[in-house]
Design a protein around this ligand. Structure first.
Ligand code: WT7
Length: 668
């Protein structure tokens, strides 16, 4: 449970002596009914309709999924069997043949969509490109021919290390089109992260760019690749996209320019069908420490999961301009920037740069200028904007928005309300979507316009998803008590294994409760059946015998008017086993004082109860986060205990944060 490098010996013995129950302490009671106007036009029209369809999906899964697969995908050859389940291995739509890229592109040609924008791209410097389905199809076909000419075949691994530019989508789709497997490496990762991932999957070819724009500067991606490739024997070719025009070294015989190759390539490419279970991509996701896990997704089931959720959760309509602000380096970028929206024929927006460049209102300016109707982002971004106040939002016309979404971590109710009111003007439903890299697609979520929303809860399961909150022996816990979140049956977009490590796959997800998927999250189900994620089990705190989820404590702190963001960790305490340390960032213009510390402790005591009062509060300018917005609690734990063994910090968004954090304890 605990990872090496932290306080495993102490906490572990302590935890084992404890009851396995997680105490959930949130007192959030608000219910927000969706607007009738939205409901009238929603893709699913009522709770009755949702419940009926959900029941069908659970009672007759094969029939349900067969119908969806027929309605949402185009097939080269129909499947024989909907699912073959030999726990923990699932195969979906066996016998079927499909081409993922054809589903995202060719199927829209010859329809009214062919001249519709598939991608609207905005670069950080402000350059805008609109690419229609027909144009995107042409470029993907050309690039598929290039990849083939460079020796890439079905099953080969292709690493993609690009900024958020349309070529990233082209690279993914072209790789998929020829039945090869992509692994997208986030453009913010360092060269050692590239080496590790490329070697793990033995990629044959790397697609990168000279550079990408970030906060006004150029991130030299090709340089990182050159460094990384000193130790990657599998790589034969490198394709380089010209983005910034910065000078790069091209290695003879290995490196080629994307634009030069495309020029020579034929725009005609006949897509072949591949089996439903042909691997589509590997995406590395880090555990809190140790070697990243290569989550493997395959073709038909994954695509169906993303297409179905895109349609129902984002209520996609032909006229929508949809923007998911995630980078393609994360699963959200795979499923809800590229595959889900394009399979649905939607217009998907890609933005290259930082959310606060040149100013904190960049996102709102993008929404105003492109008339975006659906916006999907992360709680960490929402809290950062909230910290800057309402003024930057009010400068812009946000009336094009009709639906908002969030993903990545539990959203604290205060941030939810701000998002709903200030960004959505109180008229847009907010879909708080719970899912994981491993689940491929959204699992627990409101249906917009239909599900009554509770700020902070991802609400109810999507079709075909059977969650349960259980204790350590796998028994369902009573409503309103905390436990572990499991998924009790296979679903089409689930991960198939971890690349090259089926043993770890079994141990990680299927060993706690045999035959049942354990996602690693703590959770509580309320009396209405709503799910409330209380945080990762690894982060659960143990305070005088109570196991508390970090999310609820952090949310209590953030509900104080002066607080922008908070992160809670435990530190070893000789008497209590562990004590609670809160790292707090304040809203603009607020000052951290001893008085405020006292007030905040009392505030948490009032919101939750005296047991949860932090032992120590430290004000800080920033929190150590990964670029996907997850707080790196491992680092905070180390800081809280006065240590400096931070471990691997290559995924850290801002290295300076650690130095500043270390100073937070100096006045104590
Ligand atoms: C973990 C998965 C799924 C795409 C982005 C993250 C947390 C995610 C929510 C939510 C509460 C959430 C969970 C989950 N998480 N969405 N709506 N409410 N928690 O993907 O990096 O694989 O992380 O993120 O802890 O297990 P990921």
């Amino acid at each position: 449970m605990s990872n090496a490098g932290d306080f495993a010996p102490n906490t572990k013995t302590h935890e084992m002596a404890m009851e396995d129950k997680i105490t959930s302490v949130s007192k959030e009671k608000r219910v927000i009914k969706p607007a009738a106007e939205f409901q009238k036009q929603a893709n699913i029209g009522s709770m009755t309709a949702y419940r009926k369809m959900y029941r069908e999906s659970i009672n007759s899964p094969s029939k349900f999924w067969a119908k969806q697969a027929k309605d949402f995908l185009v097939w080269r050859k129909p499947w024989n069997k909907v699912v073959e389940w030999k726990a923990p291995h699932a195969k979906w739509f066996t016998g079927g043949m499909i081409n993922v890229a054809e589903n995202c592109l060719d199927r829209h040609l010859g329809t009214a969509r062919e001249n519709k924008a598939a991608i609207i791209f905005e670069g950080e410097p402000g350059d805008v490109r609109t690419i229609t389905y027909k144009q995107l199809h042409g470029e993907v076909c050309r690039f598929a021919n290039v990849l083939t000419r460079l020796g890439v075949k079905k099953g080969d691994r292709v690493a993609i290390y690009l900024p958020m530019v349309p070529e990233a989508a082209v690279a993914m789709l072209a790789t998929a089109r020829i039945g090869a497997i992509h692994t997208v490496i986030f453009g913010g990762f360092s060269s050692s992260a590239i080496t590790e991932r490329v070697n793990d999957c033995e990629a044959k070819l790397v697609i990168t760019a000279d550079g990408g724009y970030r906060r006004g500067g150029v991130v030299e991606l090709k340089k990182n690749v050159d460094e990384a490739l000193k130790k990657t024997p599998s790589v034969e070719k490198v394709v380089v996209v010209r983005r910034c025009g910065n000078s790069v070294q091209m290695k003879k015989g290995r490196d080629v320019w994307y634009h030069e190759e495309l020029e020579e390539a034929s725009p005609v490419h006949k897509a072949k069908g591949f089996s439903s279970e042909n691997p589509l991509f590997i995406l590395y996701t880090s555990g809190s420490t140790g070697k990243p896990k290569g989550v493997l997704h395959t073709s038909a089931g994954y695509l169906l999961g993303t297409a179905l959720t895109s349609y129902y959760v984002f209520d996609l309509k032909e006229y929508d301009t949809y923007w998911c602000s995630a980078d393609v380096g994360w699963i959200t970028g795979h499923s809800y920037v590229v595959y889900g929206p394009l399979c649905s024929g939607a217009t998907t927006v890609m933005y290259e740069g930082a959310p606060n460049y040149p100013d904190i209102d960049r996102f709102w300016s993008i929404i105003e200028r492109h008339r975006i109707s659906i916006f999907y982002t992360a709680p960490t971004a929402i809290r950062a904007f909230m910290r800057g106040g309402d003024e930057p939002v009010k400068k812009h016309d946000m009336s094009s928005l009709r639906l908002l979404g969030t993903v990545g971590e539990p959203i604290n109710p205060e941030a939810w309300m701000w998002y709903y009111k200030t960004i959505g003007g109180g008229r847009c439903p907010v879909v708080d979507t719970w899912w994981q890299t491993e689940t491929g697609a959204i699992m627990i979520t409101p249906l917009p316009g239909v599900t009554p929303m509770k700020p902070g809860s991802a609400t109810l399961p999507f079709f075909g998803v059977e969650p349960e909150v259980v204790d350590d022996s796998g028994r369902k816990v009573p409503k309103n008590s905390g436990g572990k979140l499991v998924i009790k049956r296979p679903w089409p977009s689930m991960l198939r294994t971890l690349w090259g490590d089926d043993k770890r796959f079994k141990e990680q997800y299927w060993s706690q409760f045999p035959g049942i998927y354990f996602c690693g999250d703590g959770c509580r189900q309320d009396k209405d059946g709503y799910y409330w994620i209380v945080g990762r089990i690894d982060d659960v705190l143990n305070v005088s015998g109570h196991r508390l989820g970090t999310a609820e404590l952090e949310s209590a702190l953030v509900s104080h008017a002066d607080v922008a963001e908070a992160a809670i960790v435990s530190k070893p305490d000789e008497i209590k086993g562990s004590g609670v340390v809160a790292f707090v960032t304040l809203k603009a213009g607020r000052n951290g004082s001893d008085n405020l510390k006292k007030t905040l402790r009392e505030h948490v005591g009032k919101e939750i109860g005296p047991i949860a009062r932090p032992d120590e509060i430290r004000f800080t300018e920033g929190l150590p986060k990964t670029r996907s917005g997850k707080i790196m609690r491992r680092i905070l734990k180390e800081v809280a205990s006065g240590g400096d063994r931070y471990g691997d910090v290559t995924t850290l968004e801002d290295f300076n944060v650690v130095a500043r954090l270390a100073k937070t304890g100096e006045d104590e």
